[in-house]
Design a binder for this molecule. Structure first.
Ligand code: PSU
Ligand code: MN
Length: 306
């Protein structure tokens, strides 16, 4: 048996050489409430299928690392009350203990690499948290991007993070941060932040070419594609910033640290916006899935030499 178990659909796509997009599962267990998490997980898979590309949602279920989940597995994960949040550090322990857990961006990249999947769509990546100069809270997602050769499509970074510091860490680690069709680095709920992205590309084909070029050059590590939320769905920075400030202050008061920080902030922001943040979140994840599918399609053509 391989190190990762492929669903029949993902296995077919690999055998037939058709494009695949990986999807993470922490967004399902720790990023959105039930039942919207299940609806979104299904919708995002459907968006990828609609582009002629095969989705591969990644998770650990009863000690087995999976790329591509059945409907029953997706339902169980969406309803699970105590699924673990698995980053690079947690993955092998969860498998060894025959546990069940959802993969973060870092762990999903590891799964994608094992399955031979080049492109991965998510909502937002983890990054350098505000106050990191004292907390040292820097997501393992950034370190994974530095070493695992997967192109990750995200809507930039949430304003719960320190965006300039996140960009600095990515630069230090040689990770290309590519804004899609704009110069500004997108800020998750808002299409633009006050910061420029270091790089810009305007077509899925260019992004696929640079993915391949990194392989030719022997450069390990991924690309981060920062895809802005459609402006019709965005929440203005003025609106979301006080909410973030309140949630961040509460996390500090309650002494929330480590891997609990991001899920705590996401849940409080959802509550404080009375669910409004979720609509934007759904729109941007779907938008990222569509772009990732286009990149995977272009990359497949390049690999076939078409
Ligand atoms: N940011 C979001 N939504 C999310 C996450 C981050 O806007 O769901 C999840 C992702 O799975 C990401 C993880 O990889 O949180 C980062 O967690 P941490 O900050 O603990 O590394
Ligand atoms: Mn952290």
């Amino acid at each position: 048996m391989g190190l990762i178990t492929l669903s029949p659909e993902v296995n077919n796509a690999i055998t037939n050489g058709t494009p695949i997009v990986a999807l993470e599962s922490t967004i399902i267990t720790h990023g959105m409430p039930y039942p919207q998490n299940l609806e979104v997980a299904r919708q995002v898979e459907a968006d990828i299928w609609a582009k002629g590309v095969t989705p591969a949602t990644i998770a650990v279920i009863n000690g087995v690392f999976h790329a591509g989940l059945t409907n029953a597995q997706l339902v169980n994960l969406a309803q699970a009350k105590h699924a673990e949040k698995l980053s690079r550090a947690d993955l092998a322990v969860c498998i060894a203990k025959r546990g069940t857990g959802a993969t973060t961006v870092a762990a999903t990249m590891i799964g994608a690499r094992l399955a031979g999947i080049d492109v991965f769509a998510t909502g937002g990546i983890g990054g350098v948290h505000k106050g990191a100069e004292t907390s040292f809270d820097i997501s393992a997602d950034l370190i994974e991007l530095a070493q695992t050769s997967v192109t990750v499509v995200a809507a930039g970074a949430k304003a719960i993070l320190d965006i300039p510091k996140t960009l600095e860490v990515l630069e230090t680690n040689g990770v290309p941060v590519i804004a899609y069709q704009q110069d500004s680095f997108p800020a998750f709920w808002s299409a633009r932040s006050d910061f420029s992205a270091p790089l810009r590309m305007d077509t899925p084909s260019q992004i696929a070419q640079s993915h391949l070029m990194r392989q030719y050059l022997g450069l390990t590590g991924g690309q981060l594609v920062a895809n802005p939320i459609p402006t019709s769905d965005e929440i203005k920075a003025e609106e979301i910033e006080p909410v973030i400030a309140k949630a961040t202050a509460e996390a500090a008061e309650k002494g929330i640290t480590g891997k609990r920080v991001t899920p705590f902030l996401l849940q409080r922001i959802f509550e404080l916006t009375k669910g409004n943040s979720l609509n934007a979140n759904i729109a941007l994840v779907r938008n990222n899935a569509r772009l990732a599918a286009e990149i995977a399609h272009e990359l497949n053509l390049l690999k076939l030499g078409v």
